[in-house]
Design a protein around this ligand. Structure first.
Ligand SMILES: Nc1ncnc2c1ncn2[C@@H]1O[C@H](COP(=O)(O)OP(=O)(O)OP(=O)(O)O)[C@@H](O)[C@H]1O
Ligand SMILES: [Mg+2]
Length: 277
């Protein structure tokens, strides 16, 4: 199976509307072709046979946490079928399971029951090595709390996932500089996270999530700490990546900013899906 199938799977598409922050389609020219390598059979991951096959499939997915003698339900028996190229808005009250679901999709946590298959990879059966590779290359995660490393500069934070994935330093630096310029962060390259505003931290976290050209972006409250201008710009950026590059985007949020561009809206109540549109 060739790497081309994977590219087909990602539904890369064009468009003529400029991307926010001046992000333009030239970024595609600077791709390090990460996924082409990662998804090769040589590295142990399988290719999708059918471009129409769901990118994300969950069956009976459950996650509970044991706290002493009691059990807290995070997710309760959910089924999901999401295609490549979707932009999903995940909503629900605080404690309804949004972050729990994103953590499972990110391969950061394991379900208590059920199956989760993403890009033909059964995350429940994946080896630690495959999971590490999956987290580095397939998904880009924008954490609610940014999770920037405090002792690394903006440029270093953004470069790190690509360096860990084994890409060459000059190539990584060029890509990081381009991404950061597109996000209006060139004047902040050598700042530490503590020297940034909330919006700058958020944009740095987004650049870091994009450095390895993930097929899937998982964004947990990406606008939660931003003013309305920056919040709108972040949603516009995620929407543009989805439209222009076919990146699948899943946004957990309490805000309505992404509603107009969502292809699917999922509502969680007490860990279960109670509405889907
Ligand atoms: N590590 C954990 N240990 C125990 N319980 C947990 C843990 N993580 C989450 N939970 C519980 O699982 C449930 C779902 O939490 P989750 O963080 O997924 O909610 P959420 O929908 O993301 O909420 P919010 O909108 O506040 O971010 C909550 O009841 C929460 O207390
Ligand atoms: Mg949450």
């Amino acid at each position: 199976m060739s790497a081309r199938n994977w590219q087909r799977f990602r539904c890369i598409s064009g468009g003529d509307k400029p991307l926010p922050y001046g992000l333009n389609s030239d970024l595609r020219g600077s791709r390090m072709e990460t996924n082409q390598y990662v998804h090769s059979e040589n590295k142990g991951l399988t290719m999708p046979d059918d471009a129409k096959r769901p990118l994300i499939q969950a069956r009976g997915l459950s996650k509970s946490y044991r706290l002493g003698a009691s059990e807290v339900v995070g997710l309760n028996n959910i089924d999901l079928h999401l295609s490549a190229g979707e932009l999903v808005v995940l909503k629900g009250n605080s404690g309804s399971g949004k972050s729990t679901l994103l953590a499972l999709l990110a391969g950061l946590d394991q379900p208590t029951a059920g199956d989760l298959i993403v890009a033909d990879q059964n995350l429940k059966k994946a080896t630690p090595r495959q999971l590490t590779q999956y987290r580095r290359e397939i998904v880009g995660v924008v954490f609610q709390s940014f999770n920037l490393l405090p002792t690394l500069t903006v440029l270093e934070n953004v470069s790190l996932p690509a360096l860990l994935a084994g890409h060459r330093h000059p190539e990584v630096k060029a890509k990081a500089l381009q991404l950061l310029a597109s996000l209006d962060l060139t004047p902040r390259l050598h700042h530490l996270p503590a020297q940034l505003s909330g919006g700058e931290m958020q944009r740095t976290a987004i650049a870091r999530a994009l450095i390895n050209d993930p097929a899937i972006i998982l964004a947990d409250e990406p606008t939660g700490n931003l003013d309305s201008h920056n919040g709108r710009a972040v949603i516009e950026l995620l929407g543009s990546l989805n439209r222009r590059l076919g990146t699948t985007v899943i946004i957990a949020t309490h805000s309505n900013l992404a509603d107009p561009i969502a292809t699917t809206s999922i509502y969680l109540t007490d860990g279960a899906i109670t509405a889907w549109s």
